[in-house]
Design a protein around this ligand. Structure first.
Ligand code: SF4
Length: 230
């Protein structure tokens, strides 16, 4: 399940110094994905597996210093019960809060984690207009369910939008906005060309587009705090 571990990160858990656990496998294929080594079989097969026991030892060693644990991927929720068990062990054995990153494709698992009270923070990627999820291999019905579950805990959720021009046009944003009512935090993330799944280099948006997007969100979602990661 786990192919990577970073002992200390200052940027992955809002307001906390955290360790980061990287799971492999993903059920989406976003062209701008830069986690190729966790998504493409020929790549992740080259990486060695890290056991959950090893990870718990590493977390335990750092417990005085780190204030949280981030689980990211790939798509961590594809690991189902095994992921839930890992989160339970971190929560009960190590006693650290956990943030989970997801593409939103497993609403049942998110519901279970919230119901058990073992998730401190959830980051959900909102990739494109609902009508276009099929282009990245996703089923928006599931993502919509996840968004509806997450809405009940807005203070514990961040929605992340990566501004990859072919998937996030002004029209796409307008079609995404109705699903974002009642959330508290929305992060705008810059797409960075480079070593991505799609080999064609597409230039990112200019600052003008972000300003336009911010104005759009302020108009239709005035209650939301926009976090800029440009
Ligand atoms: S959901 Fe995340 S890990 Fe999966 S392909 Fe998209 S960007 Fe990559």
């Amino acid at each position: 399940m786990i192919k990577g571990f970073r002992g200390t990160s200052l940027i992955d858990y809002p307001g906390k110094i955290a360790s980061v656990i990287y799971t492999y496998l993903c059920n989406f294929r976003c062209p701008y994905c830069y986690n190729i080594e966790l998504v493409v079989p020929e790549e992740y097969n080259k990486l060695k597996d890290l056991s959950e026991d090893f990870i718990l030892q590493e977390l335990s060693r750092r417990k005085g210093f780190i204030k949280g644990v981030v689980i990211t991927g790939g798509e961590p929720t594809l690991w189902g019960e095994r992921l839930i068990y890992l989160i339970e062990r971190i929560y009960y054995e190590i006693g650290l809060p956990i943030k989970l990153d997801t593409n939103g494709s497993n609403p049942e698992l998110i519901k279970t984690l919230f119901n058990r009270g073992i998730l401190d923070f959830l980051a959900i990627d909102f990739k494109t207009s609902p009508k276009r999820y099929h282009e990245i291999g996703g089923d928006f019905k599931k993502v919509e369910k996840t968004l509806n579950i997450a809405k009940a805990k807005p203070e514990k959720v961040e929605i992340r939008i990566t501004f990859y021009p072919p998937l996030v046009s002004e029209k796409d944003l307008k079609e995404m906005i109705p699903y974002l009512k009642n959330f508290k935090y929305i992060a705008f993330q810059k797409y960075v060309p480079g070593k991505t799944l799609e080999k064609n280099e597409i230039p990112p948006y200019s600052q003008d587009f972000y300003e336009k997007a911010k104005n759009l969100f302020r108009e239709f979602l005035p209650e939301v705090e926009i976090i800029e990661r440009f």
